[in-house]
Design a protein around this ligand. Structure first.
Ligand SMILES: Cc1ncc(COP(=O)(O)O)c(C=O)c1O
Length: 392
C-alpha cells in the first residue's frame, strides 16, 4: 500500500523535535550536530533569536496579503538585495525551482521584446540542479531527473562541466547561459574564477544573457554575499533561495534593469511570493549576512574547517579522496560509498548530506562556532573509522 506521504524520498529513521544553533535534538533526546542545515537553508542555524523575534512579531501582525497591495517588508528586502548586489530589481518566489522558472521566462521574454523571438535556447552544464519543475529538469537534462517525465520543455542544451562555450554561444538561437556558480547537488564543484570570467566575456561578446543559479551557494555560504563576487563578475539574472529565508520558504530572482526589461505588468506573478512574513524574515537574514564582519567570520571559520578536513582526509585515505568546495560549502570526495559515510556520521550523531560524484556535503550553519568545528571533525573522524571497520 502506498504510504500516506508520497514515497519520493528515502528518509533516514530520525525524527527531530527542536533545534538551536548548529544542534538538532531528536524526539528521544539525542543531540545531533547539524552540518547539513536543511541542505544549505538554515544559514543562521536553528531558532536564531533574531529570526524568532521577527517571526513572532510579524506573525502577530499580518502573514499574507497577495501582491495586489504594497508590502513594505517585501520592499525592504528588495532594497537590501539591490543595495548589496549587481541587481536593479527583484521578484520574490517561494523556492529555488520557481526562481528557475522565472529566470528562464525572463531570458526568453527579453529576446522576444528585442524582436528576436527565436532566441530561446538556454545553455547549461551537466551535473546541474536547478529544481524539479518541467523547465528545471529540462535544464539539467540528466536521465535521472527527466526519465518518464517527457515530453520535456524544449530549448535547453547541456554541456559537460567546464566545456568552453566559445562557439556554442554564437548560435543565433541562444538566449542565455545558465550555471550554478558552485554546483551543489552535482558534487560541490565550484566554477573556477577564470572560467566564470571567461564565460562572462563570451556572453558579453555574443550578447547572450548570463544566469547564475546561487540558490545553494548564495547568501554568504561561500564567504561572500554571493559566490560570483569572488570572480569579480556579475550575472544579468540570478536565482536565489534556500539561505535567504533562513528556514522560511523564500526565493527570488534578481536582475539588471536591462535583463528584466521584458517583464512588464501582468507577465508574471505568484500568490505567496513576497509575503510579509517571509520577507520580514528574509530582510533580517540579509541584514545579518551582508555585514562584512559576519562574512569575514564565515571566511575565517571556513579556513579552519578546511584545514582540519585536510587532516581528516589524510588520516583516512581509504574513506576519503579529497576536500573540495569553497567557504562553508564543502565536499568530501569519497573512496568508500558516500552513503556509508553519511550513515556512519548519523551513528556519530552528525548530519551530512550526500551529493553526486560520490561526495559528502558539509553545509553547516554559517554561525557554527570554532568549538563546533572541532567537534564536527572529531565526529567525522569516528564516522570514518566506522566505515573503515565495515570495509576491513
Ligand atoms: C542550485 C539549486 N538550484 C535550484 C534548486 C531548487 O530549489 P528548491 O528545492 O527550493 O525548489 C536547488 C535545490 O537544491 C539548488 O541546489
Amino acid at each position: 500500500m502506498i504510504p500516506s506521504i508520497l514515497p519520493t524520498y528515502n528518509r533516514a529513521p530520525l525524527t527531530f523535535e527542536k533545534g538551536e544553533g548548529s544542534w538538532l535534538e531528536t524526539t528521544d533526546g539525542r543531540r545531533f550536530l547539524d552540518l547539513g542545515a536543511g541542505i544549505a537553508v538554515n544559514a543562521l542555524g536553528h531558532a536564531h533569536p533574531e529570526l524568532v523575534k521577527v517571526l513572532t512579531e510579524q506573525g502577530s501582525k499580518v502573514w499574507h496579503l497577495s501582491n495586489l497591495f504594497q508590502i513594505p517588508q517585501q520592499q525592504k528586502l528588495a532594497d537590501l538585495i539591490v543595495e548589496n548586489t549587481f541587481a536593479d530589481t527583484v521578484f520574490f518566489t517561494n523556492s529555488g525551482t520557481e526562481a528557475c522558472e522565472l529566470a528562464v521566462k525572463m531570458a526568453r521574454k527579453y529576446w522576444y521584446e528585442k524582436g528576436q523571438p527565436d532566441r530561446t535556447r538556454i545553455l547549461t552544464f551537466e551535473g546541474a540542479f536547478h529544481g524539479r519543475s518541467s523547465a528545471a529538469i529540462a535544464a539539467a537534462g540528466s536521465e535521472k531527473m527527466t526519465k518518464g517525465f517527457g515530453p520535456l520543455l524544449p530549448g535547453f542544451t547541456s554541456y559537460p562541466w567546464g566545456t568552453d562555450l566559445s562557439d556554442a554561444v554564437k548560435d543565433a538561437d541562444v538566449a542565455a547561459v545558465m550555471v550554478e556558480t558552485v554546483q551543489g547537488e552535482g558534487g560541490i564543484r565550484p566554477m573556477p574564477d577564470d572560467q566564470l570570467k571567461a564565460l562572462r566575456a563570451l556572453c558579453d561578446d555574443a550578447g547572450v544573457l548570463l544566469i547564475l543559479d546561487e540558490v545553494q551557494c548564495g547568501v554568504g555560504r561561500t564567504g561572500r554575499l554571493f559566490a560570483h563576487e569572488w570572480a569579480g563578475v556579475t550575472p544579468d539574472i540570478m536565482m536565489i533561495a534556500k539561505g535567504i529565508g533562513g528556514g522560511f520558504p523564500l526565493g527570488a530572482v534578481a536582475a539588471t534593469e536591462e535583463a528584466a526589461s521584458g517583464m512588464t505588468a501582468g507577465t508574471h506573478g505568484s500568490t505567496y511570493g513576497g509575503n510579509p512574513l517571509g520577507c520580514a524574515i528574509g530582510a533580517k537574514v540579509m541584514e545579518i549576512v551582508s555585514d562584512p564582519a559576519f562574512l569575514a567570520e564565515v571566511n575565517r571559520k571556513a579556513g579552519l574547517l578546511r584545514q582540519k578536513l585536510e587532516g581528516l582526509v589524510a588520516s583516512h585515505p581509504d574513506v576519503f579522496e579529497s576536500v573540495r568546495g569553497t567557504g562553508l560549502m564543502i565536499g568530501l570526495k569519497c573512496k568508500a560509498p558516500n552513503t556509508d559515510v553519511v550513515a556512519a556520521a548519523y551513528e556519530e550523531e552528525t548530519i551530512t548530506v550526500g551529493a553526486a560524484d560520490n561526495v559528502v556535503r558539509l553545509l553547516p550553519p554559517l554561525i557554527i562556532t570554532d568549538e563546533e568545528i572541532e567537534e564536527a571533525v572529531a565526529r567525522l573522524d569516528r564516522a570514518a573509522s566506522r566505515v573503515e571497520a565495515k570495509h576491513a
